[in-house]
Design a protein around this ligand. Structure first.
Ligand code: NAP
Length: 577
């Protein structure tokens, strides 16, 4: 029986290299690898050895006899990637395996690199560097916890995706790897100081800020961004105090990417299901008393241009109550007639099977639901003292559409911020680079010793695993420059770095500190049947890092959420009804 790749596919390609018959595509050397919404197992070529299951860091691969009901649609999605074949046809095993790119090999020992940002791009970059002997990598993060958006951005009801932290934990135990957490580059140590201690600085700082929607009324209480809400749901200390008001029956999410689906799903899921996840206690308490009954996900374009991916749409529609208005069902049917691309067709078929917004309402009164809505271009948020709704223009027409809502969230993508000391492309929200080498946009010359990977390099697109090939490209450039003598040897001894940072940041969290946090959170969770219970203030996290005894939950450290100013500004735009 063949194996099947399911919703949580991270796309990092580990399964491709584990497969002895090269039946998983697109492989990293093939066109479409970086843009495909997931990888696919060829059911006629799979020899059912299960090697891919072991290699997959997110538990996405399942034998077809063991699929849960909600995973069954993935049988056809995997098969549809391959050409149609006669029933029962078998593809002969191949000896032509996916080519493994050789890891770049420093030609002399002693390469030392600072990686700034411990999300997926930073971890994959560190791992790639540490495949070679006598390399040292110091990974910095402003938060006391590592792994970036895997901890703070992936929805809590996606535990398989979050399981990639197991892989990152293993990477962090490699010889030569060090964590400097709770350390802000640009505040506790400058770029130039990092270069005195390392051959190169590789920035993997992501694009953790929301893109702002520039329409009237976005300052009103009751407005906010999905990015902030996701941070609050995940117990990110920067958003722990967000005053989210769920006292109104309708919420509107503007934009229909995967983040919009995450937010809509969490707002409409039975809180008792979420109680078994690592959702923040504050978010769970708010959701338990939430009055939200409908979340409208409003896209400015049509169904065929939906930004969400097929795996996430399937996950949503198999687990949540999702409906379409009759006018949108008409749009779906029209798009389906015209669609050529198989992934778009598959999405439209899922949409076409959704119930109408009026169907079944009487059978399940009050059931929370999500309505996908199309061709709505936002023109203003309505309301005098707080958000009362959104006014849209029908895209491509003049009709005005009003949706009443007490909560208006924008989910129109992330945006990178300038990195101190590096050039910045303000239009694209990235650091200008060629293959990961930072370049000065005026002279076109590389900025010595500066590199980027992940969203700050290529913009906020793709999945967790996309960062692997992205990081590998940057590391190849960096090691090439080291071998060619283009990187300056550090002028200061390695031991001095620790001393310098500890003097400036006594609350530095190292690998042992992170493990203490991790253990404390997990053991709190075990008592409640949850994967972990998160500490949500910097003070509690630091206390947990510094002591094996876990601090009292919710105890003592109010206001520990750090770097107050910007946070308070953001909070001000939220409701306190
Ligand atoms: P996204 O996929 O880029 O979607 C952005 C949405 O905002 C689109 O619907 C876009 O519409 C809309 N938009 C942009 N500007 C707008 C404007 N001025 N007015 C109205 N709508 C506007 O962004 P995202 O959802 O933040 O996701 C970011 C990346 O993370 C994506 O690659 C996503 O797949 C990934 N991600 C993956 C997962 C997962 O795999 N589970 C979960 C979360 C995020 P147009 O298409 O018309 O521009």
């Amino acid at each position: 029986m063949p194996h099947v790749i399911t919703q949580s596919c991270c796309g990092d390609g580990s399964c491709v290299y584990a497969c002895p018959v090269n039946c998983i595509h697109p492989s990293p050397d093939e066109p479409g690898f970086g843009t495909a919404e997931m990888l696919h197992i060829d059911p006629d070529a799979c020899v059912d050895c299960g090697a891919c299951v072991t290699a997959c860091p997110v538990g996405a691969i399942v034998a077809d006899t063991r699929l849960a009901a909600a995973q069954l649609p993935f049988v056809d999605i995997n098969a549809a990637y391959y050409p149609p074949r006669p029933a029962g046809a078998k593809v002969p095993p191949t000896t032509k395996l996916a080519p493994v790119l050789p890891a770049p090999r420093p030609e002399r020992g002693g390469l030392t690199v600072a990686v700034v940002g411990s999300g997926p791009a930073g971890m994959y970059a560190a791992d790639e560097l540490l495949t070679q002997a006598r390399v040292r990598v110091n990974v910095f993060d402003a938060l006391p916890t590592p792994y970036g958006l895997v901890r703070a951005g992936v929805a809590p009801d996606h535990p398989r995706t979050k399981a990639i932290t197991g892989l990152f934990d293993r990477m962090s135990r490699r010889d030569g790897f060090r964590f400097y957490l709770n350390v802000t580059v640009g505040q506790h140590i400058s770029h130039d100081e990092l270069l005195e201690h390392h051959h190169a600085v590789l920035y993997t700082v992501g694009a953790a800020h929301e893109r702002r929607l520039d329409v009237e009324g976005m300052h009103l209480p009751g407005t906010g961004s999905a990015t902030e809400l996701v941070g609050w749901i995940n117990g990110d200390p920067r958003f722990a105090g967000l005053p989210v008001d769920l006292n109104h029956p309708t919420a509107v999410v503007i934009g229909n990417g995967n983040v919009a689906l995450d937010v809509a799903r969490i707002l409409t899921t039975d809180p008792e299901q979420l109680a078994a996840t690592d959702i923040s206690d504050a978010a769970l308490a708010a959701l338990r008393t939430s009055a939200v009954r409908e979340v409208v996900v409003a896209a400015r374009r049509g169904p065929a241009e939906s930004a969400f991916t097929l795996p996430e749409l399937i996950g949503l529609t198999t687990g949540s109550h999702v409906v379409l208005d009759e006018a949108d069902r008409v749009l779906v049917r029209a798009d389906l007639l015209a669609a050529q691309d198989p992934v778009t067709r598959a999405k439209l078929e899922v949409l076409a099977a959704l119930p109408g917004a009026d169907a079944g309402a009487d059978a399940e009164p009050g059931r929370r639901r999500i309505r996908l809505a199309y061709r709505l271009t936002p023109t203003r948020v309505l309301g005098a003292d707080r958000a009362e709704g959104v006014q849209f223009r029908r895209t491509g027409g003049e009709e005005t559409v009003r949706l009443d809502a007490g909560l208006v969230l924008t989910s129109i993508g992330y945006r990178g911020r300038p990195v101190a000391g590096l050039p910045f492309d303000d239009a694209a929200g990235v650091v200008p680079n060629v293959g990961g080498r930072v370049v000065d946009p005026v002279t076109g010359r590389p900025v010595a010793g500066a590199y980027v990977a992940g969203w700050i390099k290529r913009g906020p697109t793709g999945f967790i695993g996309t960062n692997k090939s992205c990081a590998m490209q940057t590391v190849a450039a960096l090691v090439g420059d080291f071998n060619d003598g283009r990187l300056v040897d550090p002028v200061r001894r390695a031991a001095l770095l620790d001393k310098l940072i500890r003097a400036r940041q006594p609350d530095l969290v190292d690998a042992a500190g992170w493990r203490a946090i991790d253990d404390a959170e997990r053991s709190q969770g075990a008592g409640e049947g949850r994967p972990r219970v998160k500490f949500t203030t910097v003070a509690d996290l630091v206390a947990a890092a510094q002591s094996r005894r876990s601090p009292r939950r919710g105890g003592g450290h109010r206001g520990g959420g750090h770097r107050g100013g910007g946070h308070m500004d953001r909070i001000a735009s939220w409701i306190s009804s």
